[in-house]
Design a protein around this ligand. Structure first.
Ligand SMILES: [Zn+2]
Length: 360
């Protein structure tokens, strides 16, 4: 950015206001003189008049102006001398030809690295190491609500060890507790929300905290969702409208109730997948579960053990959990599950329309 060498004298001069002003004053004087001397008619401002004015500039500035010109020349030499001195002073050790501008760019980049712990940032996406020791990715609202043309069923899994914590069926009376735990660790998760939840207004807080809000089902009634190949997709339109009212956009990130292929949608599964895909929606299954779908308030140790067993050996994990009032031990197990992924060196991220689908 500042590498244009023509910027250097100005930058350096800015650090030496004295010399800069001297130089500036002399050129301002010169600029002021011209109209006084010329008092030229309007035609003088025409293109044809310019060359003669440029050529005549030096002769038209006789006597004292020669002294000013010399003064300006001396000031310019002083400025250049300062530039040379500064370049030598700022150059990094061992960098004989260290460029002052690029060195300061490195310093500011390193400053960001130190103060924010930033590992990677492209403006919309930033990954930091949180005070709890978690590698955590934060995505802008634009990035989270972005759509994608890709068929994420074929997207490759992330290169780095990545974990996506996902919560189905909420929001619920437990949502605030889950958000508090995520906040404590500085990590984010993805919610797949249900239209019949009496806590739908919580999606605003979920979203504002940097988490992802996706669609699960309007009714979460298998017989309604999977009545025909298109009924699930049609039901999502109502739910998308609910989210739109609160967040200002319609999510394209979705999860089928029971997953994309389950015991309830056998006859319509392929058609339902085609219907959501044709509507520009991206569906996500999972490859790890804490097992809370199999019963209410399962022992915390069991939930944690399920995750550790299923995550073992997986470079990237999409973890299925549930945000329901009846699943309180899911909340209690969450800190241990997060700590497990921290200890294993995973980066926490949220699902977007461009993420891997973890399809069954
Ligand atoms: Zn569900």
């Amino acid at each position: 950015m500042d590498r244009n060498s023509s910027n250097h004298p100005n930058n350096r001069a800015g650090e030496r206001p004295h010399e800069y002003r001297a130089h500036e004053r002399s050129s301002q004087n010169g600029a002021r003189r011209r109209p006084e001397q010329a008092h030229a008619p309007r035609a003088d401002y025409g293109a044809a008049a310019r060359p003669s004015r440029a050529v005549g500039q030096t002769p038209a500035a006789p006597q004292g102006s020669r002294r000013k010109l010399a003064f300006a020349l001396v000031a310019l030499i002083a400025v250049l001398a300062v530039v040379v001195v500064l370049r030598v002073a700022v150059a990094a050790p061992g960098q004989g030809s260290g460029d002052a501008a690029s060195t300061s760019a490195q310093v500011s980049a390193q400053g960001g690295f130190d103060s924010q712990g930033s590992r990677a940032s492209d403006g919309d996406v930033t990954t930091v190491k949180t005070s709890a020791g978690a590698l955590s990715t934060t995505r802008s609202e634009a990035d989270r609500s972005a759509t994608s043309d890709s068929d994420n069923g074929y997207d490759a899994k992330p290169d780095e060890k990545t974990v996506y914590l996902t919560f189905d069926d909420g929001p619920s009376a437990n949502t605030d507790k889950i958000l508090e735990i995520l906040d404590r660790y500085g990590v984010h998760a993805t919610w797949f929300v249900v239209g019949t939840s009496s806590h739908l207004d919580s999606i605003k807080k979920i979203w504002d905290d940097g988490n992802q809000v996706g669609l699960h089902s309007q009714t979460h009634d298998y017989s309604t969702d999977y009545a025909t190949e298109s009924s699930y997709e049609q039901g999502l339109e109502t739910l998308a409208g609910e989210v739109d009212q609160r967040l200002g956009f319609k999510p394209t990130v979705i999860r089928f109730p029971g997953g994309s292929k389950n015991s309830y949608d056998g006859k319509v599964a392929d058609g339902a997948i085609q219907a959501v895909s044709a509507a520009g929606l991206h569906y996500f299954d999972w490859n790890v579960e804490n097992g809370d779908a199999t019963g209410n308030n399962l022992p915390v140790a069991k939930l944690v053990a399920n995750v550790e067993k299923e995550a073992a050996g997986d470079n990237s994990c999409c973890v299925l959990m549930h945000d329901l009032e009846s699943k309180s031990t899911t909340v209690e197990a969450l800190p241990q599950i997060i700590q497990y992924f921290i200890d294993q060196g995973y980066t926490f991220d949220v699902l977007t329309a461009s993420s891997c689908g973890y399809h069954f």
